[in-house]
Ligand binder design. Sequence first.
Ligand code: 5GP
Length: 122
Amino acid sequence: MAYDPNNIFAKILRGEIPAKTVHEDEWALAFHDINPQAPVHVLVIPKRPYVSLDDFTSHASDEEITGFWRAVGEVARRLGLAESGYRILANHGANAHQEVPHFHVHIFGGRPLGPMLVRPRG
Ligand code: 5GP
């Protein structure tokens, strides 16, 4: 799948759409999710254009991958979640219901988060 430069996170990166930023460095931008699923729900995205984790881990440099994942840990610490605990999640593709085709890691925290996955009905 080719990267769509008009996806919503690309627009946030270009400053065309506002976001509540919590961290920015050379490798990553972190901002609050517009529809939070937990008391703390922050998204961390790489600065460069990757569709998903699959694209990122196939094509990003070692330096970029290291910088990005360091930023994820740093953001969680900065949000005060390292003591109480948090969950990270990245959706890739149709089965995971990925909505925005720019790689992003969700950070959830601020309360006990329950089971890892919702069980299908029936
Ligand atoms: P996905 O399902 O792709 O893993 O998650 C996409 C996430 O992006 C969702 O949690 C959704 O609420 C969030 N989101 C979608 N549009 C916007 C937006 O314009 N701004 C922000 N901050 N988050 C958004």
